[in-house]
Ligand binder design. Structure first.
Ligand code: MRU
Length: 352
């Protein structure tokens, strides 16, 4: 099942609808997001999450941000309002580049659009946000097709966090590869890291895979090494939040140790991501900003202290996997083997 992670409802005066991911798997609830502040909050609190999905959410947020001064707004005013909205929507989370990429697309369209008619201007911005959402769906399907050959009959796969339909407009990136292999009638099983501290693996990925009828086993994050040593993992596939020009990849905290473990056990480690996740302005992963989140996520999950209240806590939400540990990056336009500055540059220059 491909959940409608995020969609626009109604016309220009409509609203965004998201699956509230903070409630899954216990409760499946659609939240209506009717103003820009609520969208900012939804991104910040991970009601909507995953790199491509927060890009789409930000684009819809920009549409919502145009609501207030519409009507008699002049061209200057509405363009200023859009700029203010985009600046604001760039602030809830720093790591996934898709958020910045989507807002840059919105601003480019705004710059090229005559704002004399405020209504038409808003329609054009909504159309771009909807295009970003629709393109993401097609991109995810293409990633699935590009990567499915990497899954062989009876493969055993390990994944981390959630790079599924819930992290995108639909179908996912890492999970797209699995869903496509399933459509090709391959038999395989998936081990899912629970993904502390917020358990996106256990709560979201396992939920998606079980709904799809895929053989799924949840493990704690610290069990991956044992499974690899026991020969239980044939390949690892995860998503990405930002990929630097040399292939260094930011993804959910805990991805880097998995990649190192995979290399130590001679197991291929794959990243699945759309080209919008590449940030070629950064030569390597050192400059990728790493989000730090509240200490409560670690010491007080779901309202109960599991460590002394006054203990020091460090809670980086992402880590960087150096490209040397990545066997290949699966994109919508092909697979980049042994990613490094040269292979990635060739791949982009080749217009593949
Ligand atoms: O903090 P989150 O849940 O937004 O982190 C998400 C991830 O790390 C995903 O693996 C990544 O965004 C890939 S989404 C296809």
């Amino acid at each position: 099942m491909a959940p409608a992670t995020i969609k626009w409802s109604g016309g220009i005066d409509g609203w965004a609808e998201i699956i509230d991911q903070t409630l899954l798997p216990e409760e499946y609830r659609i939240a209506q997001i009717r103003n820009i502040k609520s969208m900012w909050q939804a991104i910040k609190t991970l009601q909507v999450r995953g790199a491509p999905a927060i890009g789409i959410a930000a684009a819809y947020g920009a549409v919502l941000g145009l609501r207030e001064p519409a009507g008699e707004a002049g061209p200057e005013q509405i363009k200023n309002q859009l700029k203010k909205s985009c600046d604001y929507l760039r602030t809830p989370r720093p790591t996934a580049v898709n958020l910045f990429w989507a807002l840059a697309r919105i601003e480019k369209v705004a710059a090229a659009t005559d704002a004399v008619n405020a209504e038409k201007f808003r329609e054009r911005i909504l159309a771009e946000a909807q295009a970003i959402c629709a393109e993401d769906k097609a991109t995810c399907r293409a990633i699935g097709r590009q990567g499915a050959d990497l899954i062989r009959q009876d493969s055993s796969i390990l994944t981390h966090c959630n790079a599924g339909g819930l992290a995108t407009a639909d179908y996912g990136t890492a999970l797209a590869v699995m869903f496509t292999a399933q459509e090709q009638h391959k038999r395989f099983q998936v081990y899912v890291d629970e993904t502390r501290p917020l358990l996106q693996g256990a709560r979201l990925t396992a939920w998606e895979l079980v709904h799809a009828g895929i053989d799924t086993t949840v493990i704690c994050d610290n069990m991956a090494g044992l499974l690899m040593r026991q020969g239980k993992i044939d390949l690892v596939i995860t998503g990405a939040d930002r990929i630097a020009a040399n292939g260094d990849t930011a993804n959910k905290i805990g991805t880097y140790p998995l990649a190192v473990l995979a290399q130590a056990h001679n197991i291929p480690f794959y990243i699945a991501a759309p080209s919008s996740t590449f940030d070629l302005s950064l030569p390597d992963g050192d400059k990728i900003p790493i989000e730090e989140r509240a200490k409560e996520e670690i010491i007080k999950p779901w309202g109960k202290f599991i460590a002394p209240e006054n203990v020091k806590v460090y809670n980086p939400a992402f880590d960087i996997t150096p490209h040397q540990y990545i066997s290949a990056i699966i994109t919508e336009r092909g697979v980049i083997d042994r990613p490094d500055t040269q292979t990635i540059r060739q791949w982009f220059d080749g217009g593949k």
